[in-house]
Ligand binder design. Structure first.
Ligand code: XIL
Length: 390
């Protein structure tokens, strides 16, 4: 499948100012259902036919905002109509946005003495104009770090200073703009050991985790501070490791506010049926929980088009994740890792798999979209509302 969209955050912001009318006409011949109920929907209702409105007001429904990362290798830029269509859906459907790559070290901190805030700022200001909250991602990770950092020859004290400067500067820069920060991302292996390929853990030892949370709290006391990882949907050695670590940190008074599971699922594997139970045990520690990067990929047939059965199975996974999020008190944030297949990281990362998002390339809705919308509406009491009927 050809991935041709590169979307810089600048393009998102520029496109966001364009009218929804031009966006709608940008969609090529439909491969799924158009948003809304077509002619049957009175205009006042059509604007409620989205994911954010279906959810209870305390539950933020988010998406990653495309840009950087795998988008960078893609040779074609989106046309302005494509960018406008993208921005229209982004702002219509979602009440939360996450920087897919634009707030990672590699982007924000390309040289030791250089910070590059432009793309992150565009996301934050577009979100502010659209009334969306922002999830900041991420401050402490083993991946997508700049070469100067990974290949630098720094002593322990200097590395500590580098991390503190980064957190002070970045969290301080976005102070007041970020609802939730993924402070530490993916710090455990599948076996529940701290990762040795994480420069901070390897060079500075586990005590640096508490420092990162303390520094982030000091730089923006209003942001909720999270751990975030994949394959921690269910109860397993990796999520157990978080459960143990977080209890230790809380006992020491370290400001940890949340635990998030990314939710990168594949229909190759069974559904993590203990998702709600897992989130609930973190909620019982007094934490917020979140699902931060939901997508459900599948093995594509030779045609590249999922079968009806595959789409139904995918929809079921999306529905069950949404139901779990709705069921757990203190799970107030459910983010999709992109909303249209043309922007998804999946085909480039998992060969042979794809179709992982809730919309087709032209932003028409898959069964998975309606599964999420329906489960949100069940939770908010809006099920059966005329705006959501189809
Ligand atoms: C992915 C992005 O979607 C890609 O564009 C990039 O090339 C690689 O990173 N876990 C995370 C995210 O925490 O930051 C990753 O995002 C997906 C896995």
């Amino acid at each position: 499948m050809k991935r041709r969209q590169i979307l810089t955050a600048g393009a998102v912001t520029a496109a966001a100012t364009l009218s929804a009318g031009s966006a709608a006409s940008a969609a090529p011949a439909g491969t799924g259902k158009k948003p809304g109920n077509g002619q049957k929907t009175p205009p006042g209702l059509a604007k409620k036919d989205n994911l954010a409105w279906a959810a209870r007001s305390s539950m933020k429904i988010g998406t990653a905002v495309a840009g950087g990362g795998h988008h960078t290798d893609d040779p074609d830029s989106p046309s302005s109509t494509e960018a406008a269509a993208y921005a229209e859906v982004l702002n219509r459907e979602f009440s939360s946005v996450s920087a897919e790559n634009q707030m990672k070290w590699e982007y924000l901190h390309p040289e030791r003495d250089t910070y590059a805030f432009e793309d992150g700022d565009a996301i934050a200001s577009s979100a502010q104009q659209s009334g969306q909250v922002v999830r900041g991602h991420t401050l402490f990770w083993h991946s997508q770090n700049p070469t100067w950092l990974e290949e630098g020859d720094f002593g322990a004290e200097e590395l500590r200073t580098i991390l503190k400067d980064h957190i002070d500067t970045v969290v301080g820069h976005y102070r007041g703009d970020i609802q939730q920060w993924d402070v530490c991302n993916e710090i455990f292996t599948e076996e529940g050991e701290l990762r040795e390929n994480n420069i901070w853990l390897r060079e500075l030892g586990p005590g640096i985790i508490a420092d990162a949370f303390r520094w982030a709290r000091a730089a923006d006391p209003g942001a909720l501070l999270f751990f975030n990882d994949y394959n921690v949907d269910g109860i397993n050695p990796k999520s157990d490791a978080y459960y143990a670590l977080i209890q230790e940190l809380l006992a020491e008074g370290i400001p940890v506010d949340g635990f998030a599971t990314q939710g990168h699922l594949s229909t190759r594997y069974g559904f993590p049926a203990d998702l709600a139970e897992n989130l609930q045990r973190f909620a019982d520690l007094g934490l917020e929980t979140a699902i931060t990067e939901l997508d459900v990929r599948m093995d594509l047939p030779e045609s590249g088009r999922p079968t009806t059965e595959q789409l139904e199975k995918q929809a079921e996974y999306y529905r069950r994740v949404t139901e779990a999020a709705v069921a757990v008190d203190g799970c107030n944030s459910l983010t999709l890792w992109g909303f249209a297949d043309s922007y998804s990281w999946v085909p480039g990362t998992f060969p042979g798999e794809g179709a992982a998002t809730v919309m087709w390339e032209d932003f028409t809705r898959k069964p998975a979209y309606y599964a999420v919308q329906d489960a949100l509406a069940e939770g908010s009491g809006r099920a059966g509302h005329p705006a959501l009927r189809r």
